[in-house]
Design a protein around this ligand. Structure first.
Ligand SMILES: Nc1ncnc2c1ncn2[C@@H]1O[C@H](COP(=O)(O)OP(=O)(O)OP(=O)(O)O)[C@@H](O)[C@H]1O
Length: 251
């Protein structure tokens, strides 16, 4: 059953930021979250991860309201990589990735073999093994992004939420990361701005505009010329690739 949202509403002060948002993600599939700047993607990911409470509606994990779950249980299930993830100064790459193990450790327990293995695996998955002893401060923006993703993978979640994870990455690492996500078998929700990457790697797409869901379905059905003109204010043509996918050509 995995993650679902029912009629979520959220706002700050008098400003409504999300309105009547419902979604369901089938286990092991990838939902791409699309929408213009300010449409509510990051806010929705924070609500789905339980970092903020909705004003109304609810988020369920396997049918259970996450507002009633213990934080530690939630952290063992859901990993979220936010944009501009900040981390303390004077720590190594390995230390940052090890933070992902906190939900799995008994209080005051040291690093176990399982923790060390999870960190090694996560670093290898994002191609950052050789950086493990480098200081976090010395990393480039793209390297920091990959380390934050390794931290989330070391958490060994079943639900992985990523907010614009390809930001700062060169094209090789963008594609490597999206391929990696598609092979993990996790239930993933990924906010993306690159519509062609969304079509290539996501099973379904949900489009937000002004905090409301304006489309939800398979990429070929969602990414129409009408939707792109109405929501993103762009004109486009479609090209069909040799493997039968839609590719958007912007005018
Ligand atoms: N804590 C907050 N206080 C006030 N306004 C907020 C807060 N969080 C988000 N907003 C506003 O809510 C709207 C949606 O923001 P959000 O970051 O969720 O959008 P987004 O779709 O992720 O945007 P982007 O593509 O630019 O990252 C924006 O207008 C933003 O200014």
């Amino acid at each position: 059953m995995s993650i679902a949202a029912e009629n979520l509403a959220w706002g700050v002060g008098r400003k409504t930021i999300l309105n009547d948002v419902s979604l369901t993600v089938q286990p092991g599939t990838i939902l791409g979250l699309l929408g213009p700047n300010g449409s509510g993607k990051s806010s929705l990911l924070r609500l789905l991860a339980g970092l903020v409470r909705p004003v109304s509606g609810r988020v369920t994990l396997d049918g259970q309201d996450i507002a009633r779950m213990r934080r530690r249980d939630l952290a063992r299930r859901i990993a979220l990589v936010q944009q501009h993830a900040a981390t303390e100064m004077n720590v190594t790459v390995q230390d940052v990735v090890m933070l992902g193990r906190i939900p799995h450790r008994a209080p005051l327990a040291g690093c176990s073999q399982a923790d060390a293995t999870a960190v090694d695996t996560a670093l290898a998955q994002v191609d950052m093994t050789t950086f493990r002893h480098e200081s976090w401060q010395s990393l480039s923006g793209g390297e920091r992004q990959r380390v934050q993703i390794a931290r989330a993978l070391a958490q060994q979640p079943r639900e992985l939420f990523l907010d614009e994870p390809t930001n700062h990455l060169d094209i090789q690492h963008q594609l490597d990361l999206l391929r990696l996500i598609s092979t993990l078998g996790l239930t993933s929700i990924v906010a993306l701005h690159d519509l062609n990457h969304a079509a290539m790697f996501c099973d379904r797409l949900l489009v937000l505009d002004g905090g409301r869901v304006v489309a939800d379905g398979p990429p070929d059905e969602v990414l129409t010329a009408e939707l792109l003109a109405g929501v993103f204010k762009v004109e486009c043509d479609f090209h069909r690739t040799s493997d039968g996918r839609h590719h958007i050509l912007f005018r």
